[in-house]
Design a protein around this ligand. Structure first.
Ligand code: UD1
Length: 445
């Protein structure tokens, strides 16, 4: 295809993935620990002054970024990516700051606001700035801290938060819309507050539930875990704990879709180490309505693609609704099966950066407002496509697996933020995929 391959030692940012489509997916795919759960678990370690041991932490760029954010505070972090474990000791925490240079790389760094306010009674945290797929406000996080008693000032792009008297007092907050991140931030602040707090319309995503369970194990007093109303009675101190992270539900869902589009009809593809309950009913039901099947035996899920996939329209929603983080991947599944379907995005109405790239691969999909109309069953063609964000990137990989010819997915650093060694996992399961280093500015000849 005329690409120039150049080696850049120590620089992964230019990596791309080359996929030669049409090979069947077979064998086993193992699910790693959840990225979106690991981040709040790491934040919780800041609330105590002893060593917290976390296991099943995925070896991902976002985790490395957040480790650096945490280290800025003086917290000691010993990570062993090989064994997926990490020990965080915030006994030496001295600096209540999260700098722009790191926060801009990953929005979840904003969890430092609640963690530092809770632990230190003050925080200076950069505002995260823009997001690839449209506006992602943090107003609810800030209102939440105010509700807990903090004063908030904006200073040159930083949120400067202070708890009068050095300790948050607690308070009541209704989240509209329900927000995963704001629920976590408020819990971080409220757990060590002097009084009680209530979060109405709290998020009930499995990430939040697992995080609450960790806080409880540390000594936090939280009622209503897994419901829309969380009641938190602040305590004076929290204790160190050892906690196992839960599996990545979005990686599991991505693998199920991979099996449905690229598995040989009727042949088993096994997905190990996941937890299907974390995917929510809407996704699991929609998946079965495509004609794909799954069986669960302990932590092994066996997926079989049907002879003929059926189109199924979906609408993203908060848990247990269809996860927005699986919307881009679902679009590829719909492109693969004959017939018309609709993907309606209600959580992030602009989250369609993958569509123009999929169109370049021959996918017949058009964006109408917050919906995508797909006419499936057309031939998907390999070409060079660009990653724009994490889930968009993986949708391009999925499309490449079933495309005619060769697909180059450029700028896979987005993928490295949230999928651990995905090309190795897929290659071991029969997909012709390799990582190459690539200079996008070189003359393609
Ligand atoms: C988390 C996930 C992300 C996922 C999203 C929705 C992490 C690190 N990221 O993001 O992968 O796509 O949940 O499941 O866990 N909102 C506001 N104001 C706020 C905060 C949010 O209006 O202050 C809105 C958002 O614009 C969105 C909705 O609330 O429409 C839900 O977003 P939220 O649950 O907060 O997503 P994140 O926690 O940022």
């Amino acid at each position: 295809m005329g690409h120039t391959t150049i080696r850049f030692p120590n620089d992964q940012s230019m990596d791309n993935l080359v996929i030669r489509g049409g090979r069947p997916l077979q064998g086993t795919l193992a699910v790693s620990g959840s990225k979106n759960t690991a981040l709040p678990l790491m934040s919780a370690a800041l609330l105590t002054d002893g060593p917290v041991k976390l296991t099943n932490i995925p070896d991902l760029k976002d985790i490395h970024t957040f480790r650096r954010v945490i280290e800025v505070t003086g917290t000691r972090v010993d990570a062993d990516p090989g064994s997926h474990s990490m020990v965080l000791d915030a006994g030496s925490l001295v600096r209540a700051e999260a700098p722009y240079e790191l926060v801009k790389r990953m929005r979840a760094s904003f969890y430092m606001l609640g963690a530092l306010l809770g632990r230190m009674g003050e925080a200076r945290v950069s505002l995260p700035g823009g997001c690839a797929w449209g506006p992602r406000p943090v107003d609810l996080h800030i209102e939440g801290m105010k509700a807990l008693g903090a004063t908030i000032d904006l200073d040159q792009g930083y949120v400067v938060a202070k708890a009068p008297g050095g300790r948050l007092r607690g308070g009541r907050m209704t989240l509209e819309p329900s927000s995963v991140g704001a629920t976590i931030n408020i819990l971080l602040g409220a757990s060590l507050a002097s009084g009680s707090s209530v979060i109405e319309n709290a998020a009930i995503e499995p990430d939040v539930v697992h995080f609450c369970t960790m806080l409880q194990a540390m000594g936090a007093r939280i009622d209503g875990i897994g419901t829309r109303t969380l009641e938190i009675e602040g305590v004076d101190r929290l204790s160190p704990v050892d906690v196992a992270n839960c599996p990545d539900r979005i990686e599991m869902g991505t693998f199920m879709i991979a099996a449905a589009i690229a598995g040989e009809p009727g042949s088993p593809v096994q997905i190990t180490g996941g937890d299907a309950d974390h995917l929510g009913d809407a996704f699991l039901e929609a998946f079965q309505r495509t004609g794909s099947t799954y069986e669960i035996d302990g932590d092994i899920m066996t997926v079989r693609a049907p002879e003929e996939l059926r189109p199924v329209s979906i609408r993203t929603d908060i848990y247990p609704g269809f996860p927005t983080d699986l919307q881009a991947q679902w679009t590829v599944l719909m492109a693969k099966c004959a017939g018309n379907s609709k993907v309606h995005e209600t959580v992030y109405p602009d989250r369609f950066k993958h569509i123009p790239e999929l169109q370049r691969m021959g996918v017949n999909a058009i964006i109408v407002g917050d919906e995508v109309m797909i006419e499936g069953g057309k031939t998907i063609q390999g070409t060079s496509v660009m990653s724009t964000d994490l889930r968009a990137s993986v949708s391009l990989v999925l499309a490449g697996m079933v495309a005619e010819g060769e697909t180059h997915v450029l700028r896979v650093y987005h993928l490295d933020r949230g999928y651990e060694r995905i090309e190795e996992k897929l290659a071991a399961a029969g997909i012709d995929i390799e990582r190459v280093q690539y200079d996008e500015w070189a003359d393609p000849g």
